[in-house]
Design a protein around this ligand. Structure first.
Ligand code: BES
Ligand code: MN
Ligand code: ZN
Length: 486
């Protein structure tokens, strides 16, 4: 979606859109449209769209009015996004190629307009790469938006949000790609091209190097796969030289069959998005690099494919992690924690980060607990948890906090190794978090976000269509902006 700014409505505009708060209509529209909107019971509630046609000069112009709700609602930002998104949803395949968004007199400041544009752009993202037989009326036609009447600073505000859009779109693309196209090495390659020219530093460790570091837990998961595992590290140094970085770590299981503890067939296809945590981290790094965030941040992705095979690890196998701690792998389907534990150990040793936050589609139990409304967060530090939850609240990628405690930790003690990789029947998301905590240094602020219910949506949401949501990218971007002042 190309978004440009102009001084006046172009003479050839075929579709002109306006944004209206609840109970008001744009001053500039014709009486017939105002009467039409009233007759159609258009109230200006968030995401509601009215459409009418009028004659202007010798042209018939299609006019759309998108509602943005109350002017001073506490959900203002998300309401503005909904207004933009509703326009995208309505016109994406309508045959219209361009929306002229006339916000003259709408009273939108630079940030408010940027929110409208963010919603519009995010909602217009689709992944049609593999659809060769789409009918013309299914194809996306809308490719550009011309904004008229923007207030001062709107272009600059949009530039920052458009970097965020690039990050979210990149994450969605990684999530949408099937596992025959996206595997550890190709994940790395896509990051290289997405980040080219940004100045970000990329390190991709292969299996031999990980072996040297003793990453037996991560490598054990990849044993059954013909695809080589990778540990990807994206380093953004936008802050003061020498300042300790913030670290984000993602679970990147490019396909999770369950391994020898194989999953049932129905729904297994969903496990192509078991790399959603890594996608959030990679997308977050794209957003930070593209907007030139003034902070030092590292993004680490543990990239592995979990397959059953003659060489795959077995239930009962004992592996030694990079930390030296041994793990009894009772269920090869509890693989995410095995990937993350070595990624977390390496991250802390390599960077001594001010805090480390991981994102992972870690447990089905999290979906049972929270459904698809909130991600779950676990943390050993209240400030870090509060900062992340606030970032989630203001950006729309919401988080809900869960407990950690020694009583839960006991549930993963093993009689034969330092720990086992599963707990009992109860508290599955918490025992997974307790497992990760065993790899966190004393006094290191750490948070774990279990985003299993948030990565993929079977129905369209307010800023996404069916499918990949890009959840998590906005938490990373917002946390860096608001807490790290980057
Ligand atoms: N990737 C899954 C978790 C998951 C399930 C994410 C459904 C998204 C949708 C994870 O690797 C897994 O298989 N977890 C097991 C853990 C269990 C064996 C302790 C689970 O949740 O069933
Ligand atoms: Mn699994
Ligand atoms: Zn998994």
């Amino acid at each position: 979606m190309k978004i440009t700014f102009a001084d006046a409505v172009p003479a050839d505009a075929g579709l002109v859109a306006h944004i209206a708060n609840r109970g008001s209509l744009p001053d500039s529209i014709e009486t017939v449209l105002a009467e039409g909107a009233k007759a159609a019971r258009f109230k200006g509630s968030a995401g509601q769209v009215f459409e009418g046609f009028v004659a202007r000069g010798d042209k018939t112009v299609r006019v759309a009015i998108a509602g943005a709700g109350e002017a001073n609602a506490d959900k203002r930002t998300s309401n503005l996004e909904k207004a933009g998104a509703a326009l995208a949803a309505k016109y994406l395949t309508s045959g219209e190629k361009r929306i002229v968004l006339d916000v003259s007199g709408a009273g939108l400041d630079a940030d408010a307009l940027a929110s409208v544009l963010l919603g519009l752009r995010l909602r217009s993202w689709r992944h049609d790469t593999y659809r060769t037989k789409m009918k013309d009326d299914q194809k996306k036609t809308l490719t550009s938006v011309t904004v008229v009447g923007a207030s001062d600073g709107a272009e600059a505000a949009w530039k920052i949000e458009s970097a965020l859009c690039e990050g979210i779109e990149f994450a969605r693309e990684l999530i949408a790609e099937p596992a025959n196209m996206l595997y550890p090495e190709s994940f790395v390659e896509r990051c290289r091209s997405a980040l080219e020219g940004t100045g970000i530093e990329i390190i991709a460790m292969d299996e031999a190097e990980m072996e040297k570091h003793g990453m037996g837990a991560l490598l054990g998961v990849g044993l059954g796969s013909d695809r080589e595992s990778r540990l990807l590290c994206l380093k953004w140094n936008g802050g003061a030289a020498g300042q300790r970085p913030m670290a984000f770590v993602g679970k990147g299981v490019t396909f999770d069959t369950g391994g020898i503890s194989i999953k049932p067939g129905p729904g297994m296809w969903d496990m192509k998005w078991d790399m959603g945590g890594a996608a959030a981290v990679a997308g977050g790094m794209v957003a930070l690099a593209k907007r030139g965030a003034k902070a030092n941040v590292v993004g680490i992705c543990g990239l592995v494919e979990n397959m059953p095979d003659g060489r795959a690890q077995r239930p009962g196998d004992i592996v030694t992690s990079m930390s030296g701690q041994t793990i009894e792998v009772l269920n090869t389907d509890a693989e995410g924690r095995l990937v993350l534990c070595d990624a977390l150990t390496w991250t802390q040793k390599e960077f001594d980060p001010v805090a480390v936050v991981d994102f992972a589609t870690l447990t089905g139990a999290m979906i049972i607990a929270l459904g698809n409304e909130y991600g779950g967060i676990f943390a050993n530090d209240d400030d870090l948890a509060d900062g992340l939850m606030a970032a989630g609240q203001s950006s729309g990628d919401k988080l809900w906090r869960f407990p950690l405690s020694p009583a839960y930790d006991k549930l993963i003690d093993s009689p034969i190794a330092d720990m086992k990789n599963i707990g009992g029947r109860g508290a599955g998301s918490i025992t997974a978090a307790q497992f990760l905590q065993r790899f966190i240094d004393k006094d290191r602020p750490w948070a774990h976000c279990d985003i299993a219910g948030m990565v993929f949506d079977e129905k369209p949401g307010h800023t996404w269509g069916k499918g990949a949501t890009g959840y998590g990218v906005r938490i990373i971007d917002r946390y860096v902006r608001d807490v790290l002042k980057g």
